[in-house]
Design a protein around this ligand. Sequence first.
Ligand code: VGL
Ligand code: ZN
Length: 202
Amino acid sequence: MKTLLIIDVQNDFMPSGSLPVPDGDKIVPIINAMQPKFDLVVASQDWHPQDHISFASNHQGKAIFDEIELHGKPQTLWPDHCVQGTKGADFHPDLHTTQWEAIFRKGTDREIDSYSGFYDNGHLKSTGLAGYLREKGVSQLYLCGLAADICVYFSTHDAFKEGFACFFVEDASQPLDVEGFITLKKKMDYLGIQIISSADIQ
Ligand code: VGL
Ligand code: ZN
């Protein structure tokens, strides 16, 4: 069962959104073109309440991109993004969604942030994605989306730890920080996560 997990391809992560990923919109036609190659396609959706703890606006005296400590862990403070029910939280309007069998929402609890599509950042709560994939008989998991260095990266990590053979589709993903992503890619490679191009998929 060849499976694609599309991560957070939402309006707020597009160049015109509140937390823009450079060239975030360029991946939409690439993802659309490769979806028919998969037996199963699922997606994640960042889905925060307005009072979410990861928003700088909910911390007095703090600025966007400040780092604070939350429950003993570092937490970056983001601009308000992907607020439940807003246009910014919607998927890019050109993204094909008809083939998707399920959408896993994350970051829904105001107290905890969740970069990975599998678990929150403290690994306290599961979205149910790993169990779903296992029940479907998935062994090979291809991952793509936004942002490559944050939510795609942490999802790939968790997928690998859950025992799935992981393929990171590089041209169907874009990082927030292009420079910083070079190191993260090396870490992926070191773990045994294969870095591929959408053209390599049969
Ligand atoms: C993301 C920061 C905060 C992402 C989500 O989808 O990469 N990044 N929330
Ligand atoms: Zn978020």
